[in-house]
Design a protein around this ligand. Sequence first.
Ligand code: ATP
Ligand code: MG
Length: 389
Amino acid sequence: MKEVLLLKYGEIVLKGLNRGYFNSVLEKRVRRALKPVDGEFYFDYAQSTLCISASDDADMDTAYEKVKKVFGVATVCRGIQCEKDMDDISAKIAENIDELLGDAKTFKCDAKRSDKKFPLKSPEICAICGGIVLENRPDMKVDVINPERVITIEIRDRAAFVHGNGEKGAGGVPVGSSGRAMLMLSGGIDSPVAGHMIARRGAAMDAVYFETPPYTGEAAAEKVRTLAEKLTEYCGEMYLHSVSLTEIQETLVSTCKERLFTLLLRRFMVRCASALAERYGAGCIVTGESLAQVASQTMQSLAVTDAVATVPVLRPCIGLDKEEIVVRAREIGTFETSILPYEDCCTVFTPKHPDTRPDMEEILAEEAKLDVAGLVERALATDHFVRLG
Ligand code: ATP
Ligand code: MG
């Protein structure tokens, strides 16, 4: 049996004049996802659907799993390719009846005829195919209003296809169609989820990890790298930057008020991330912050950190509870890595009583004791990166 994958586009179909651009970005993403899969794949686009056929040796199971992860795809179906005649279509429906119906008890047929030269009209195609289903499975009932299964027969220029309901795709818009982001990636649970959410909205991504050697070790860096690699399954290739904040942290500890450490540090992180974003062409910073989750994530604290950003700071987890973030982390496959117990640079120097309602003047007074520009410049000089994905 010749199988095909049918990818129904999501929001892209709404994009009006930009549709061509979105389509080409999506096709590129799908091709990339299929690169490691055995076989040759051929693409054919019509009626908001990308149809992927393949050589006989192709591994369609793996291909199916891969394309399900590509952002911009609303639904994915495995279809059966048929000759463009009713005998072959009927035979293929009969042969594959159990896969097409699953455990449903009711069904209807739906015909889509993009080849208007095909001799039968849609209602006639449906009538014939419905008859074949009932002949082979007399236990089934037709329900045109609310069927458990829809068997779709598509008559296209090159071939005909038959498929069942299909599964939900990854949704969102294709990566690369909304610019580039700089993700602040810690080893925690939240930031990988934030990265995934922004990639799903179409941003390509680089990431920065702030380390504090020798207080943070190789194992912590490796953990962040594993998380970044996992994210590349969704967002494609990325550069993972590592920047040392050791001098900054040690200077804060010896010079500034303890209850302000975290916020002062976060301002340095955002300064460095902004500089990297500008250097590498990212239009925003992304963090895993969620309102009120910890002291540095109160509204006042966020205002204090935002004040030093030179690009917008996007916080897609802002309205999510920790439990909701955990559910997403499990879904995207980062949770098990995120809970590995390695130190991170914030926990090494966490104050006992961090300020939750910082006063900007006091923050500025503390920073006046420091050579802020020099500290940032020397931190950025430690930037080293690997290419992943
Ligand atoms: P996460 O679970 O993502 O670590 P968190 O709840 O532990 O978040 P914080 O430690 O306050 O919260 O960090 C808030 C955000 O700041 C993180 O989500 C991440 O985007 C960024 N961040 C924190 N620490 C680092 C780090 N060492 N390197 C890069 N980014 C960091
Ligand atoms: Mg953290």
